[in-house]
Design a protein. Sequence first.
Length: 250
Amino acid sequence: MQGLESQMALFGSIIALVLMGGLTAAAFAKAYGIGFLGEPRSDSASNAVEPGWLNRGCLLILVLCCMCLALGVPWIFGLMSAAALSLFPSCMNREAGMQAAVDGSKLLEQYLSLCLGVAALILALWLLRKVLLRKGRSTRDERTWDCGFQLGTPRIQYSSASFIEPLSRLFAAIVGVKRQYTQWGEFFPSRAVCELRLSGGLLMGVFAPCFERVRQVCNSLKIIQHGRINIYILNILVVIVGLLVWGLNL
């Protein structure tokens, strides 16, 4: 029974990781789309220039760090599990916890292999697309996202709300998003307005009050930011002494 509970917990953790990964991918697609897709929305964007290799190198270092962390997830999970189990009281069954950690590492290894396979497939499809487009490349200069309009402007392009519209529609009842669309004219509308409003739901009922409370607590802690180095060093020493006393008591 205990093994079944650990397997269910690990399965739930994998589902949570997949969900977080999907939401993260959607957020990055939104951020990338706003910055790099469509027509320029301002004069600064129209006159933008490519960054130098030094700026790209800084981003490349961060990308490599993220890739190393992603590839080393099973081993990092094993190290963190061993460190966490060492803090458990002696009365608890550490062998069962260690076995659960080993099972978790194996599941993460399988998940990592699956992700690498999907990444390889996406890379192969991208290379195939590059080859096919190179053979049938068009020399015409077309407008981006013209959407059938002859006099299109950047106003008809995707916005931040447009990129997350599928997710907002899927989680509308949970988040509390209400969509209101008004159109003047049936076939050739002279004007159309689409509004997305937040009313109730988890966002306004749970997350917003929680974040507001955290903000108030953080503002109340600003009293310790007085700029005195000696007080900062004293606080560090007090924390170290407290940790030593706590470790001796264990």
